[in-house]
Design a protein around this ligand. Structure first.
Ligand SMILES: Nc1ncnc2c1ncn2[C@@H]1O[C@H](COP(=O)(O)OP(=O)(O)O)[C@@H](O)[C@H]1O
Ligand SMILES: O=P(O)(O)OC[C@H](O)CO
Length: 497
């Protein structure tokens, strides 16, 4: 048995490789950013070959920098930015187009057509998802429709589709396994989450040959071994995979019905474990699969905010108001409030509960006295307001109150944000001792399959809280702030070009 589990966390902005020990502690991390491609306004793409290169490079770095051999790895867990769509040639392994990223809006027309054809209800019933360009199905169709010769190749069975997990497992195993897990399949808009299989009617609706689709497996099982020629001479079991938000739920040990977490990364994603039964949402939440383990599937309700940490990146890279993401906290703390300024970062539309893909970002409440500090504070606060929108919806749909929120992701380093979040929600916000809960979740999934981790009970006992933020703001101020936010969102949605 090896000494470590290797987690590969393939996120929207960077790829990480992390070695975990038996206590779930990080032994070493390597990270690499890759290019964000914006071919047109609202489109977001990645070069899938560059992503594959980044994966190999972080694996090499984590091993060499920590002085470990590939043989010391007991198993590999993969977690990924979800919905992002790759189509590759099964003979050459070459992607036929850039990966279309989950945030991208280039399939809006396909979505509009499906809406006109009255498919929205059917899609929601079968997949638990909203009809939106966010999900993989319309992205697959777009690539097949737009890349010269792609449809003919697909019909001949020469092309494979996968979310990033699937692509990486195929690459690492040198084409031996074309698989995905239940959590990732549930984000494609092609998977029937009740029957637990690809849905022929949806595939026909989108003109997608089913032969392109990966086999759907448990989130914790050995899918294949790495090919020695690729994995530095070793054949290591690839033993776990799940979408990054589901992995964060697992890494936060939210194993029981009613437990919730919110991850503040590029976007913000709140997931509530709803147990063995799917809960249908009437208010714009997604019904999704959390994971499949030991032959059983667990469901979750999810609220998705498209722009969260990326709004902070926009302050840094687009507006050049800050030099580093962490500067946002210092500036936010320099003023006592935003003085009535609201930033609604609807850069790629609005997700839960609005699902308004035509909305675009807006700023309200500017006066001659507005300073950079107010603007920055309002942008940070927007992460918390969007989270409140989601939490209120979740409480309504799940018909239960959420009394504690476990949080993780890059932006939870921001103490101002955490306190403001607790104030706005009037509940305790618990920051996990492990900020890399996504990668940890993937490590647990892989380690449970190989026997590296003994049981989910043992894993649950490893969870540790680093800090609790409790509400301090008086309720009238909180209500006044939130009312202002709701007006700002309403006004944002009225403005359409
Ligand atoms: N101190 C901070 N305050 C606010 N946002 C932050 C801070 N540190 C990092 N971020 C944001 O967190 C995001 C990175 O988080 P991460 O969990 O690594 O995201 P992802 O997995 O989506 O790539 C970036 O968008 C960054 O702007
Ligand atoms: O890369 P992240 O962490 O922002 O996660 C992206 C989500 O999986 C998109 O659904």
């Amino acid at each position: 048995m090896g000494e470590f589990i290797l987690s590969i966390d393939q996120g929207t902005t960077s790829t990480r490789a992390i070695l975990f020990d038996r206590q779930g502690k990080i032994v070493h991390t390597a990270q690499r950013e890759f290019k964000q491609i914006f071919p047109h306004p609202g489109w977001v793409e990645h070069n899938a070959s560059e992503i594959w290169g980044s994966v190999l490079s972080v694996i090499a770095s984590v091993l060499t920098e920590s002085g470990n051999q590939p043989e010391s790895i007991d198993g590999i867990g993969i977690t990924n930015q979800r919905e992002t769509t790759v189509i590759w040639n099964k003979h050459t392994g070459q992607p036929i187009y850039n990966a279309i990223v989950w945030q991208s809006r280039q399939t809006q027309q396909i979505v509009d057509q499906l809406r006109n054809d009255d498919c929205e209800d059917l899609i929601r019933r079968k997949t638990g998802l909203q009809l939106d360009p966010y999900f993989s199905g319309t992205k697959v169709k777009w690539i097949l429709d737009h890349v010269d010769g792609a449809r003919a190749q697909a019909d001949k069975g020469e092309l494979l589709f996968g979310t990033i997990d699937s692509f990486l497992i195929w690459k690492l195993s040198n084409g031996k396994a074309h698989v995905t897990d239940y959590s990732n399949a549930s984000r494609t808009m092609l998977f029937n989450i009740h029957e637990l299989q690809w849905d022929q009617e949806l595939c026909e609706m989108l003109d997608i040959p089913m032969a392109m689709l990966p086999e759907v497996r448990m989130s914790s099982e050995i899918y294949a071994h790495t090919d020695a020629s690729i994995f530095f001479g070793a054949e290591v079991p690839i033993a776990g995979a799940a979408g990054d938000q589901q992995c964060a739920l697992f890494g936060q040990a939210c194993f029981h019905e009613g437990m919730a977490k919110n991850t503040y990364g590029t976007g913000c994603f709140m997931l509530l474990n709803t147990g063995a039964e799917p809960v249908q949402s009437d208010n714009g939440l997604l019904t999704t699969i959390a994971w499949g383990i030991d032959g059983n599937v667990t469901y979750a309700l999810e609220g998705s905010v498209f722009v969260a940490g990326s709004a902070i990146q926009w302050l840094r890279d687009g507006l050049r108001m800050i030099q580093k993401a962490e500067d946002s906290e210092r500036y936010a703390n320099k003023v006592a409030s935003t003085d009535g300024v609201y930033v609604v970062p609807a850069f790629v539309g609005l997700g839960t509960p609005y699902w308004d893909s035509d909305a675009r970002g807006a700023i309200f409440g500017l006066t001659r006295g507005t300073e950079k500090e107010h603007f920055i504070r309002a942008t940070v606060e927007a992460l918390a307001y969007q989270t409140k929108d989601v939490l209120l919806t979740m409480e309504k749909d799940a018909q239960r109150s959420i009394d504690i929120l476990r949080v993780d992701g890059g932006a939870v380093a921001n103490e101002f944000l955490m306190q403001f979040q607790s104030d706005l929600l009037q509940i305790d916000v618990e920051r996990s001792a492990y900020l890399e809960t996504t990668a940890l979740g993937a490590a647990y999934l892989a380690g449970l399959a190989t026997g590296f981790f003994e049981s989910s009970e043992k894993v649950e006992a490893l969870w540790e809280k680093e800090k609790t933020y409790s509400p301090k703001m008086d309720t009238s101020t909180r209500d006044e702030y939130y009312e202002g936010w709701k007006k700002a969102v309403e006004a944002t949605r009225l403005f359409k070009l």
